[in-house]
Design a protein around this ligand. Structure first.
Ligand code: SAH
Length: 351
């Protein structure tokens, strides 16, 4: 299957720049590769954005610590459990617990405890974590508590580019080490990048795809960059149309390179086009992440401008997403964990 695409840097750039009928052809081929290697199932990850408190100051992110306009919140244990109960009733199969970053013991103990409680009450629900960079022993605690997938976007695979998007106290090497630690512990590991972020070149994106491949990543969640007013990078030469197309071509190209990984069709695609997530599925994605954060908190988890669904309820999102999946002739895979097929192959091969 890998012969479907020329994975030289030049070949990848050509694929990323595909337009018109070439682009249609690329997406069609990627969808076929997904159907053949995985199936027409689209798996759910109900995402609970349980806290916007963040110690980091990423120059692009709406919940960065210097954004004093933001009302900070942390959901209580009961509120999180209520959201999980919603996912259980909706039969989503899996949840993602996402938040800003904190390395305090109070925070990591809270996360460990909530994982244990969820696992005890809902053993059939798969848990993905997305709580940033942590020490290896903390990742191990999370794993032992019952989380089995972890999402940590590298944001860009180019160190120089990384340094332009992050403050001096954040390090590319550390983030990369975290991905190694997570894999070593036994997590199914997901990463990703922002597409169309300031200072990024098309070569960078081609290198990002090669980074996923070289690091034998199990899952990818990547989405277009969208400026946020309350950040230092609020005014780049933003081109929504270009970013959307690049985002879709990244999904399709990656699907041809890595036929058996999980790829999410992310919410940011929908911020750029009302049917952005459907287009992501048509380009080869197989995972979707309905928001289950209580409506009252959503406006305070705006990583970027015009994030969709912030006035909707979890119920609205469930109906809407199911309809969207069916509209592109795919199957909403209720109840399944939808683990990364690539992970099992990787573990069996001992890599
Ligand atoms: N603290 C967690 C979760 C971060 S928020 C962590 O470090 O993993 C989740 C993702 O939102 C980030 O990884 C980033 O890629 C994305 N994001 C942040 N600001 C964005 C923006 N302006 N446009 C698009 N995506 C953004």
């Amino acid at each position: 299957m890998e012969k479907e695409i020329n994975i030289s840097k030049e070949g990848l750039i050509k694929s990323l720049e595909a337009k018109g009928t070439d682009q249609e052809e690329l997406h069609k081929k990627a969808a076929e590769v997904r159907d053949k290697n995985l199936s027409k199932n689209v798996y759910f990850r109900g995402i609970i954005e349980f806290s916007n408190v963040c110690q980091n100051d990423c120059l692009y992110c709406g919940i960065r610590k210097s954004n004093k306009k933001l009302k900070r919140y942390s959901m209580t244990k009961q509120e999180i459990l209520d959201s999980v109960e919603f996912c259980n009733k909706a039969n989503y199969g899996s949840i993602v617990l996402q938040s800003g970053e904190s390395q305090t013991k109070q925070f990591t103990d809270f996360v460990t405890d909530i994982i244990k409680t969820i696992k005890k009450k809902y053993p059939n629900i798969g848990i993905t974590l997305c709580v940033g960079e942590q020490k290896k022993e903390i990742y191990k605690k999370f794993f032992e508590a019952g989380a089995h997938r972890y999402l940590l976007r590298i944001e860009t695979s180019n160190e120089e580019h990384y340094n332009k998007l992050h403050p001096k106290d954040m390090s590319f090497k550390n983030r990369r080490q975290c991905l190694i630690d997570l894999k070593d512990i036994g997590f199914q590991v997901g990463t990703g990048v922002m597409i169309g972020s300031p200072f990024q070149t098309i070569e960078n994106l081609a290198e990002d795809l090669l980074f996923f491949k070289e690091n034998d990543i199990d899952m990818v969640g990547m989405g277009p960059y969208i400026p946020c007013d309350e950040t230092p990078l609020k005014n780049p030469n933003h081109n929504p149309e270009k970013n959307l197309n690049l985002g879709l071509n990244m999904i399709a190209t990656l699907r041809l390179m890595m036929p058996d990984i999980n790829i999410a069709s992310t919410t940011a695609l929908q911020a750029l086009n009302p049917i952005g997530r459907e287009l992501g599925l048509k380009a080869g994605a197989n995972v979707i992440m309905p928001i289950v954060t209580p409506t009252k908190y959503r406006e305070n988890y705006q990583l970027y401008q015009d994030k969709p669904c912030i006035n909707e309820s979890s119920e609205d999102c469930m109906h809407c997403i199911t309809r969207r999946i069916r509209s592109v002739n795919l199957n909403p895979a209720f109840g399944g964990w939808g683990d990364s097929k690539h992970f099992f192959k990787r573990v069996k091969d001992g890599s």
